[in-house]
Every structure is written in C-alpha cells, then in structure tokens.
Ligand binder design. Structure first.
Ligand code: DSN
Length: 426
C-alpha cells in the first residue's frame, strides 16, 4: 500500500507547530513518547467488548492484562476502590455516569457553562441538558468564587437527583464537603468532574473529592498528561440506589451499574490501544518525577498570575490555586476573540472564554483562558513565566500592529527552541 504522504506531511506540520509555539490552552498537554507510541499499537485491531475476564470476544487474554493494569494503577494513584478506564472521553464518562444513576427528566444541578462550567453539566445543546432537567448555580459577581449559598438554595428548591461540581474555567479549589452536606439534605448524589485539576489532586496539591463525592469523572489528557480519553471512579463502591437486580436476583453494586452504563449502555468496543497508553500514563503519574511536575504546574500558574496582575490584568477570583486562570480583558479594550486571533499570529495558542456575567457572546467573549500544564511539560519554570506574560501582553497591547506581532513571533520561536519537544522525531 502506498504511504499517505498527504496526511503524514500534515502530521509533520502539526509537530512543527507544537514545537515552535507557546501552548497556553489549559486543557492541553504533551504526552511522553511512550504514551504516544502506545496509542499507535496493534491493540487497535482488537475487539474486547466487556471487561477483563468477562469479554464477548475471544483472544482478549493480553488486552485483559493492559486494561487491568490501567485500572489498578488508577486506583493506586487516588487510593480508591473502583475505576472504569473505558470511556472514550470525558463527555462519554459523564454520559455513562448519568445514565447509571438518572432517569430521563430527572433534575440535575451544575455550574453554569458561562460561569466556567462544562457543556456536559447540563447545557441546553448537550445530551445532559436535553435528557435531564438542568438547573444551574453561578459564581459570585464580586469575587468570582462559586456561590455556595446559591448552590444550596437551588438544591433545596429543585431537589436534584445529582449535583455536579467541577469546571473548565475555574481557578480555585472546591469545597466538596459543603456540597455533599446539602446533597445529603436534599437526597442528591454528588459527581465531581475533575478533568482539569486531576493531576494536582493526584498529588495532594488540591482537595480530594473522593471522600465527599460518590462519583468522580475525569479526562486523561489534561493535567494527567495521558492519551485522549476518560475515566469514571469511586472512592468507595456501594449498593445501587434503585435496587436493580441481576439475573440471579441480587442487588447490583454501583460499580456494576457504572460498568454496564459504559458498556453496553453508551459505548461498544473499548479502545484497547488507548487503554494501554492510559496504563503507561498512570504508571508515570505514580513516579516522583510526576510529583515534581505537578508542583511545578502549580508554581508556574501562580507566577504567571502574578506577572499578569502586575501588568494590570484582571484575573477572575484574583488568582489561582490550580493550573489555569481566566482573565477579563474588558479593561484592556480587546475581546477574547481578537486576543485569541492575534496571539495566534505570534505563535501563542490560547482560547477565548466567556467571563462570569459576560456581556459578549460565546463567539466573541470578554475573556481568555490561560493554562500552564503544556509549557511546564516543555520544561518551563517560574522564571520563564515573565517572558511568556511579556510576550502575551506585547501582543494584546499592539494587536493591530503587524510588525510588532511578527517581531514577537520571532522571539517566541527562538525562545521555544531551547525546550526540545520529541527529539526522537528528528
Ligand atoms: N474542551 C475542554 C476544555 O478546553 O476545557 C473541556 O472539555
């Protein structure tokens, strides 16, 4: 078969783009070479519907071992009783989890998307807002912090079956205990979606949700630095809330309900090559090297926030506890959309983002989100944040000056050449 040079040339161009630019998208990272290699392995050829030791296909004895390894390592990382590593993405993980505990039309309560929440937490355009009855809490207008009082009063008013915590653009730690307290009062479950801060939680740098939230979902490719994918976890397994019985008339545990909601509920064959890559990434997270990485992520985010504040930028909630920050650009007279565009001209990648109580649409936005997981993987430390923030500031303050943008781009490319990415690719 002839090699598809068209596609491989585009892959090479993407490698060069990643190498020469400053990657500030908070949800992106650079996997290790071994994680990437595992994603392109012969396990992609294997059908393995079911779970290790109980599959619907023959020949699963090897993929059983990689999947079990991924499960065991993930359980070890968070010191938990249950993990399902089959969800193809974070959205799939959330869909399966909701399918396992909710009925269509049940009320759910999540953080509003325009306040830093996520599409799968009840947005009208997503399955979660179409299948279930969504209600939302917000962040406070003044501090930009989760409005726990509003969450509590909404929970009492709408009596949701599920309260969802976790966010895509929220830079502070979360009070899981307080959320669980009101959930118990109104008879709701709590699900924490830790897709963004999972790597910092793994190393004890942020509060752990497992003690207070019955269900925890995550992606594996953000701070966890693994392949693209999702997982569902529980600190403790427990009997299911609906008394569902198996064919022998036994009440099924929640772990069984979740497994069934992933397959056959929402997915078919698991991506065993990706699960192999998950196993490798989880092994990496268990090392001291990753502990150093996670601490550096947090320190870099704080150094970056300080550098932005010193230049007059308004960070929502006035700082960060985790790996990201959301900046309100209104006092800088530039929209999020324009900021994203002009940063792109200087090979700095970020994404526009609505800020709480935004007066602009989701396509324009008043804000921009910056995260440091990817540049930390490239090898940057606190001292490098000054260069990064200076470059961003120069671009945003000279957004219509093509010469300045081109000059910053040259400086960015030169700066990034010291942080070697995938030298094995030549
Ligand atoms: N798209 C992800 C993010 O950028 O935060 C969330 O799914």
């Amino acid at each position: 078969m002839q090699r598809d040079t068209l596609v491989f040339d585009l892959i090479k161009q993407e490698l060069e783009r990643q190498r020469r630019g400053i990657e500030l998208i908070a949800s992106e990272n650079f996997t290790s070479l071994q994680v990437m290699q595992a994603m392109g392995n012969v396990m992609t050829n294997k059908y393995a519907e079911g779970y290790p030791g109980r599959r619907y296909y023959g020949g699963c004895e090897i993929v059983d071992q990689t999947e079990q390894l991924a499960i065991d390592r993930l359980k070890q990382i968070f010191n938990i009783e249950y993990a399902n590593v089959q969800p193809h993405s974070g959205a799939q993980a959330n869909a399966a989890l909701m399918l396992s505990i909710l009925q269509p039309g049940d009320a759910i309560l999540g953080l509003d998307l325009s306040m830093g929440g996520h599409l799968t937490h009840g947005s009208a355009v997503n399955f979660s807002g179409k299948l279930y009855k969504p209600h939302f809490y917000t962040v406070t207008r003044e501090e930009g912090l989760i409005d726990y009082e509003m969450l509590e009063s909404k929970a009492r008013e709408v009596k949701p079956k599920l309260i969802i915590c976790g966010a895509s653009a929220y830079s502070r730690d979360i009070d899981y205990k307080r959320i669980r307290t009101v959930a118990d009062e109104v008879g709701a479950f709590v699900m924490a979606d830790i897709a963004h801060p999972a790597g910092l939680i793994a190393k004890g740098l942020l509060s752990s949700p497992f003690e207070h939230c019955q269900f925890v979902t995550s992606t594996t490719h953000k701070t966890l630095r693994g392949p693209r994918g999702g997982v569902i976890m529980m600190g403790k397994d427990f009997e299911n809330p609906f008394g569902l019985k198996d064919v022998k008339g036994n009440i099924r545990m929640m772990s069984n309900l979740i497994d069934m909601a992933v397959f056959p509920g929402t997915q078919g064959g698991p991506l065993e090559h990706v699960i192999a890559a998950k196993a490798i990434a989880f092994g990496e997270i268990l090392t001291d090297e990753y502990t150093v990485y996670a601490k550096q992520v947090q320190s870099n985010a704080q150094a970056m926030a300080k550098a932005f504040v010193s230049r007059g930028y308004k960070i929502i909630s006035d700082g960060t506890d985790n790996h990201l920050m959301l900046i309100d650009l209104r006092n800088k007279n530039i929209s999020g959309k324009k900021a994203e565009q002009v940063l792109g001209h200087a090979d700095i990648t970020a994404n526009k983002n609505m800020v709480p109580y935004d007066d602009k649409s989701a396509f324009v936005t008043s804000g921009i989100r910056f995260g440091v997981p990817a540049i930390t993987t490239r090898g940057m430390n606190e001292a490098h944040m000054e260069f990064v923030v200076n470059a961003v500031d120069t671009v945003l303050m000279n957004a219509d000056d093509a010469n300045t943008l081109s000059k910053v781009k040259t400086e960015v490319n030169e700066f990034m050449s010291q942080f070697i990415l995938y030298p094995e690719f030549g």
